[in-house]
Design a protein around this ligand. Sequence first.
Ligand SMILES: Nc1ncnc2c1ncn2[C@@H]1O[C@H](COP(=O)(O)OP(=O)(O)OP(=O)(O)O)[C@@H](O)[C@H]1O
Ligand SMILES: [Mg+2]
Length: 569
Amino acid sequence: MINMKKITIKNLMSVGNSPIIIELDAYKKTLITGKNGTGKSTILIEALTYALFGKPYRNINMPLLVNTTNKKGMEVKLEFEVDGAEYEVRRGIGPKVFEIRKDSVIIEEDASTGDYQTYLEDKILQMTLKAFKQIVVLGTAGYVPFMQLTTPKRREVIEDLLDIQLLSIMAAKNKERVSIVQSDIVQAEHNLQLMTQKQSMLQKQQADDKVKVDELIQAEKTKLVGLEHKLEVALTDVLTSTMVLAKLGPMLSDGSYQEALPGLYAERGTLQAKIADHKKMLHFLTTNDNCPVCTQKIDTTFKEKKVFELDMTIDEIGLRLDEKVAGINVKEVDRVRDQKIKTKIQEVQSQKAVDESSVRHIESAIQSCMDYIKTLEAKEFKDMSQQLVKLEQMINKVSEHRLELMNDKYCYAAINAILKDSGVKSVIIGQYIPVMNKLINDYLTKMGAMYTFELDSEFNETVKTRGMENFVYNSFSEGQKYRIDISILFAWRDLVRLISGSRVNVLVLDEVMDGSSDTDGIDALVEILDHIDDSIYVISHSEKIEAMEFDRTIDVQMNGKFSEIKISV
Ligand SMILES: Nc1ncnc2c1ncn2[C@@H]1O[C@H](COP(=O)(O)OP(=O)(O)OP(=O)(O)O)[C@@H](O)[C@H]1O
Ligand SMILES: [Mg+2]
């Protein structure tokens, strides 16, 4: 319970340099009156809110709180008591001040207090600004009564009162999460697809490499078999040639014809010439009788003898010539045979050389073939297995992540269902509805209303009183509506006090009275206020308020540019 005691205000909005001081708990009922814009709301609502929460009550920026004429020295000092301890909060702008004193001793702002404002709200006041606004101020000038709001707006007010608008924020956040998770899932699935494609590509590549090399080895081995066969053939040819040559060599003659034949041909020539000479002589003798030199007649005897001798000599030389020709023939046979054999040997030798060269070629082809096979067999394939293992691990990881995301999505969807208006909020609100209705009807009773007014879970009204069964809020008279509005205001105040456990000894009704249509309404309100222990401040400029009795009146007026108060008790 916070017991407000005294507030001192300087340079706050319309308040000037000379301080306005109000003893907050000195009287039960205070009327704050004055013309529009004299500073009635300022001296209570703005001053209290600023002192405790460092913020404007109305929707303006902080610097706009400083009095525009003086432009500095804005300060509000609030004295209050919580659990037997006396506190004093001093706060201001120009210069900036924020001090809290407990039993006259300043509370140092240090590590133990943390954020000074949070310390004040959490440790001392134990109240939030929102609860404060609901508990301390009723109505605020020009407020729209709850029942005149649209149903969604009514729901907003209730969520705010019950502090469950957090659930709406959570629902919105949760929706965001769902869409983030959804896009994460899409991303994960895309990644999975890419990785699986890469995996099968690597697997195929590895298999392809091995198959290709195996095929190459096989082809080389087939080629090797062909080459070995060719080598065998070539070697056989070389061997055959060698054997042929070995046979041909000994078939050659001793070569003696080479030496013999020229002599024999020369001798044959000499013999043939001799025969020719002798035959020439013989012919002369047989055809001539005179000597060609001396022209004398050749002796017949001599001639006959000479012819005889010449015949004999020719025959003899003829024999010798035949011998020589026979010898030549024998040697010529050798020569011609040798010639043929030598030609053959040359042929065979050149064939052998060709075969030997192809043997060498084939052997070297076999060598390179075998080397190639060895290289192929020794070939180390680019090992994809590690890459594949890594990829597999990554795939597993992403799959797990995807599962987690799916799980998250499922959970978020479940949370969504819970956070929906029809979900847990409805349950919470549903639980409070009877409490709200009880509070509203208690106040209606206190105000002497002869009807009961209830809200359902959609915040639509039902009237249970006989004869008014089909009534809606608008069916009621202005005065009756006023009673309902006031009851709801007080009911919400009580609800917040119930929920937050916060209590303050000050209640400000800002122009709440001014809406009532008759003095009956005022009487009814007085009835309620009589049941309230707090110091009540009624801000009003309605004449009807004269029907109400006050312990103190604070008349707020403008003195020049500044607000001024006149207190009468
Ligand atoms: N920074 C400021 N410096 C000086 N005057 C200001 C400043 N801000 C607002 N005002 C004026 O201060 C006055 C106080 O307003 P406030 O709301 O307290 O009046 P009120 O008496 O409650 O009026 P109403 O009866 O209309 O509700 C207004 O006249 C407003 O124009
Ligand atoms: Mg006002």
